[in-house]
Design a binder for this molecule. Structure first.
Ligand code: ADP
Ligand code: ZN
Ligand code: ZN
Length: 723
């Protein structure tokens, strides 16, 4: 009897392919094979090595195996199969996403030797007296737990040339990886002791040995969550085990990696989108080979082939970057919890502003809540004050009392942080004669004016055009920017405070490699300065000398139709506020608003996030929104809105079950984007299994039916964006 296998290919198809297995081969699940596909050879992944061959079909044989071991170890395979089903994304695409690009392309799974460096002599006097950075590099080496790799040196802000200078002088030399498992005692010695509050939180977290547990660590900003993670790993992670620490973004917060590296040395590996293919392959293989690495990674790190995972940490678990916004729309946080289940290991979700989903899981007894409500050291939580700007004159968006507060802050030698929720100079260009506003020709949206590049850009597609100084409709010269983006605020503050640096932090100013490091160097020097930036500034930074935070406008999220908007607004405001007063000096937060009597903002000032979150959960419960009901959105886009709506109308008929509630189809909030007309159908249910079943069934049917070929559709289970 012929043996056959079911194999997944990197194709957007909700199906697998059958191949016969030649006598010479034994296959296992997760293994990488080469198979004939069409006229070519393709890379495949074995899903079932012991399938029943379909009747009456002559199968082609598997051509060869790439390696004897399964590229995807059992738990990774189980996780991905579960996720493909849950999010209704083609299994083949999900599995291949978990391979590094080189292995997807069929290249060999070979590791490159890693260059590691160790300090030979802590003797900076061998260096020229004016070689400041080289001397600093010697002292940096002295602080490390053991040898370090080149990437760690670069991450710490040093250059290859400086490293070479040290090796030339014999201060540092190359060493081989085999010698470098860092001793646990050395790590332990280096960690600062926990504060009393941290100790008691630590005792509340279930011990990490051989059992699943899920903990939601609610720790206010600056309470030392990172310190707790470090202690937890040190205490419970066996030296032979792997760990995963998930973070929203690595490039913006390189200090987090540095903090882990200081204690765990070469056990640390990073995983994020800026790695090149070679780095991806090397790191992936270290993990697959079972090295006891501690991976610090962004969302996709949850798909890595861990073989002996002992602990998972998800830092800033509320962050929206954990949800993939396109293609395989998984939530990295939710997969982390499932993965911990599979591995019978603890998972810690940490945040100062936990998601309502996670708090709901605490209320249902699924997660344990651990609270850490004191800041580390002498730091006090910042005071938040609302500044109503309805009848106050603004100077380029900033009210006079806010300007005085900035002045006072700078004069006392401290730093101020100004939060603006959009980048560019101004979100709108408007003619004051005829009322015309510059719009994107391809989207239903206005163009943002970027003064620095003299361009008008669409933030929803890649359209851009040279900035105009006359109205294109009536040729009036009164064609002017309206509203405030980061560039404009930067410019006006620079004019008000000519003697201090004004540093802008947004997607535009941080594009260049290394620019975030330059910014952090200036801020960490502690000299008075003003930081102006977007969301980016809210993410986990530790700026000890920032004592004032100013929020230019808090009102965007107050009246949005997105049911998550109030939650996100509060989280962002508390996270930015959390950047103030983390050092010895108390922090102050000023929030400019036109709605100072709004209950949400009022409660924000009283400052207790958990109270606020319970209120929001109540509202969600009454409205029947997630997390109280399961939700999925079927989206369609096409060259005309009628076609998109028609497609969804037809799809709606297929969701025929009284336990489902259907909303729509309706045009999306931005109905036209890049010339595609977008519509959506919302599916809600009290009964998650039924919703999952119906969604799976409808996706299968939509795949199998012929429909308007110009329509593209996607399903989004547990959507984070509902516009
Ligand atoms: P969070 O992640 O909760 O915002 P961090 O872990 O970044 O807080 O800690 C805030 C600051 O307090 C950091 O500068 C950190 O080094 C310091 N810190 C936290 N815990 C301790 C401790 N036990 N001893 C000394 N410093 C600490
Ligand atoms: Zn005009
Ligand atoms: Zn556009």
């Amino acid at each position: 009897m012929t043996r056959s296998a079911r194999i997944a290919l990197a194709r957007p198809l909700r199906r697998l392919f059958d191949y016969s297995i030649p006598d010479s081969l034994t296959l296992s699940a997760g293994q990488r094979v080469q198979i004939p596909f069409g006229r070519q050879l393709a890379t495949g992944l074995v899903v079932d090595p012991d399938a029943t061959p379909p009747e009456g079909v002559k199968l082609k044989p598997v051509h060869r195996i790439f390696e004897a071991w399964p590229a995807l170890p059992p738990e990774t395979l189980t996780l991905l199969s579960w996720a493909a089903d849950y999010y209704q994304h083609p299994l083949g695409e999900c599995l291949f996403l978990a391979l590094p690009p080189a292995l997807r392309r069929g290249q060999p799974a070979q590791r490159r030797a890693r260059s590691l460096w160790r300090l030979n002599a802590n003797d900076p006097d061998r260096l020229a007296t004016n070689a400041r950075r080289q001397r600093e590099l010697v002292s940096w080496f002295g602080q490390q737990a053991g040898p370090v790799d080149t990437a760690a040196v670069l991450r710490a802000g040093f250059s290859r040339a400086q490293l070479k200078a040290l090796t030339d002088k014999g201060l540092v030399s190359e060493t081989s990886a085999a010698l470098t498992a860092p001793g646990p005692d050395k790590e332990r010695a280096a960690l600062p002791p926990l504060t009393n509050a941290q100790k008691s939180a630590f005792m509340d977290i279930p011990a990490g040995s051989g059992q699943f547990s899920a903990t939601l660590l609610y720790g206010i900003t600056g309470s030392g969550k990172t310190e707790l993670y470090l202690h937890y790993l040190q205490q419970y992670l066996a030296t032979s085990r792997q760990a995963l620490v998930m973070v929203p973004e690595i490039n913006l917060t390189p200090q987090t990696v540095t903090r882990f590296e200081r204690y765990f040395g070469t056990r640390i590996a990073v995983w994020h989108s800026a790695l090149n293919d070679r780095e991806r392959l090397d790191t992936w293989l270290r993990i697959r080979d079972g090295e006891p690495v501690i991976v610090i990674g962004t969302r996709s790190a949850i798909l890595l082939p861990f073989t002996s995972l002992g602990v998972i940490v998800v830092d800033e678990e509320h962050d929206s970057s954990y949800k993939q916004g396109e293609g395989f729309r998984y939530s990295g946080r939710d997969l982390a919890v499932y993965r911990a289940h599979l591995n019978r290991c603890p998972v810690i979700l940490g945040s100062a502003t936990p998601s309502l989903e996670s708090l709901h899981n605490v209320n249902r007894g699924k997660y344990r809540l651990v609270r850490l409500e004191e800041r580390a050291g002498n730091a006090l939580p910042p005071r938040i004050r609302l500044l109503d700007i309805r009848s106050r004159p603004l100077q380029d968006g900033v009210a006079v009392p806010a300007l005085s507060a900035i002045r006072e802050c700078l004069e006392s030698g401290r730093q101020a942080l100004v939060f603006v929720n959009r980048r560019g100079f101004a979100p709108v260009m408007m003619c004051f004669d005829c009322g015309h506003m510059a719009e994107c020709p391809r989207c239903d949206s206005r163009l943002t004016f970027h003064r620095r590049d003299r361009a008008m850009r669409c933030h929803h597609c890649d359209y851009q055009t040279a900035a105009l100084d006359h109205c294109p409709k009536c040729h009036s010269a009164a064609f002017k920017p309206v509203g405030h983006g980061t560039e404009r605020t930067e410019e006006s503050l620079a004019a008000h405070f000519p003697d201090v640096p004004v540093i802008r932090v947004d997607r535009d100013s941080t594009q260049r490699k290394g620019s975030i490091n330059d910014i952090l160097t200036t801020v960490n020097s502690g000299q008075p300065c003003i930081l102006v930036g977007t969301q980016m500034l809210a993410k986990g930074h530790d700026f000890p000398n920032v004592t004032l935070v100013l929020v230019i406008n808090a009102d965007g999220g107050l009246f949005s139709i997105d049911f998550r908007a109030p939650e996100h607004l509060i989280q962002t405001l508390l996270q930015v506020s959390g950047r103030a007063g983390r050092g010895e000096h108390p922090g102050k937060v000023i929030v400019q608003t036109c709605h100072s009597d709004h209950p949400l903002l009022q409660t924000l000032c009283s400052g207790h996030y958990l109270t606020l979150a319970e209120q929001l959960l109540n509202e969600r419960s009454q409205a029947g929104f997630p997390p109280f009901r399961a939700m999925a959105i079927l989206r369609a886009d096409g060259p005309a809105m009628t076609d998109s709506l028609q497609f969804l109308d037809a799809a709606k008929q297929r969701f025929d079950d009284p336990r489902l509630e259907l909303w729509g189809p309706l045009p999306a909030l931005i109905a036209r984007r890049a010339d595609r007309h977008r519509a959506q159908l919302v599916v809600l249910s009290d009964h998650r299994p039924r919703l999952q079943q119906m969604v799976a069934q409808v996706c299968q049917q939509l795949d199998a039916t012929r429909h308007n070929p110009r329509i593209r559709w996607q399903i989004d289970v547990d959507p984070w964006e509902t516009g």
